[in-house]
Design a protein around this ligand. Structure first.
Ligand SMILES: [Fe+2]
Length: 356
């Protein structure tokens, strides 16, 4: 007998259908529900630890003292939180507004139009428009649809699958990718120097200009009739080296810091930057890859633009750099390719899923 699995509907179509209660696949397990609150209330909370804001204005200052102070602040945030709002990052606000406008226009197209760009995860075509497929026995789904594509290096892009509407999508997204690639280099240099490494070391270890891949995921979180029961993105750490995130100023991101979920504030003209697992491994755990998740709400659509800077899947073996390992600081991570690291995480998750 041939059995076929019906594809999960787009979350946007569920949202606009007027349902009052969400399908069971979107309801989080009981133990998770106790920590999910109203995101607008959560964002207002002023007490307790807050995601740091790092001003990069002086990161390349001519004055060594001024430059060093800026680097030390970046280092502290990378070691303590592994996530931060970066301001004065050097990418113009005008370009960022254009990127957001173009992505938003695509997201606002009718679903039938976006389906023309649908990915096909079963056949390995991962770029394009999609929604999460259940990857474990519990069939758990997330309240979001997305558009995913490689944006840098330019010779590795497949422009044929990029949105053709709006017409300036490719131009503005390409320019943003180039600017972000420059920012990634600047950050990697500073993070290297702060560990006593040569300036270009981390950049080289993650693949350099030719091999480090920038993958953009535009996350579209429709309004959710029961936001207290769902998550836009379940708790995870990023596998990337670095991740850069823009959003439409609707809160949603939460970070698991000192045993509690902390809601990131919406900081004007900032880019959220995560240290991912790749840098955590290379730095032997000195820089942190923090656990995070995304909440949804019933009042406003949230859109975020995440760019994952990732090493090549097979070409590089990731392991703690020998300079950062000693008898008193043994390696905390075994050598693995990036792909092996991803598979290891999936395996661990499946195990957890089965034991629930
Ligand atoms: Fe993430």
């Amino acid at each position: 007998m041939v059995t076929s699995v019906a594809p999960s509907p787009r979350v946007e179509s569920l949202s606009s259908s007027g349902i009052q209660s969400i399908p069971k696949e979107y309801i989080r397990p009981q133990e998770e529900l106790t920590s999910i609150g109203n995101v607008f209330e959560e964002e207002k909370k002023e007490e307790g630890p807050q995601v740091p804001t790092i001003d990069l204005k002086e990161i390349e200052s001519e004055d060594p003292e001024v430059r060093e102070k800026c680097r030390q602040e970046l280092k502290k945030a990378a070691m303590d939180w592994g996530v931060m709002h970066v301001v004065n990052h050097g990418i113009s606000d005008e370009l960022i507004q254009r990127v957001k406008k173009a992505g938003q226009k695509f997201c606002e197209l009718p679903i039938e139009e976006k389906e023309k760009y649908a990915n096909d995860q079963a056949s390995g075509k991962i770029q394009g428009y999609g929604s999460k497929l259940a990857n474990n026995a519990s069939g758990q789904l997330e309240w979001e649809d997305y558009f995913f594509h490689l944006i840098f290096p330019e010779d590795k892009r497949d422009l044929s699958i990029w949105p053709k509407i709006p017409r300036d999508y490719t131009e503005v997204t390409s320019e943003y990718a180039r600017e972000l690639r420059g920012l990634a280099s600047k950050i990697l240099s500073a993070l290297s120097i702060c560990l006593g490494l040569e300036e270009g070391r981390l950049e080289k270890e993650v693949g350099g200009m030719e091999e480090l891949l920038l993958q953009m995921k535009i996350n579209y979180y429709p309004k959710c009739p029961q936001p207290e029961l769902a998550l836009g993105v379940e708790a995870h750490t990023d596998v990337s080296a670095l991740t850069f995130i823009l959003h439409n100023m609707v809160p949603g991101l939460q970070l698991f810091y000192e045993g509690k979920w902390v809601t990131a504030k919406c900081v004007p003209n900032s880019i959220i930057m995560h240290i991912g697992d790749t840098i955590e491994i290379l730095s032997n755990g000195k820089y942190k890859s923090i656990l995070h998740r995304g909440l949804v709400n019933k009042e406003k659509v949230r859109i975020s633009w995440a760019v994952f800077c990732e090493p090549p899947k097979e070409k590089i073996i990731l392991k703690p750099l020998p300079e950062l390992v000693s008898e008193t600081e043994p390696p905390l991570f075994p050598p693995r390719t990036f792909d092996q690291h991803i598979q290891h995480k999936l395996f661990r998750k499946t195990q957890d899923g089965l034991s629930n």
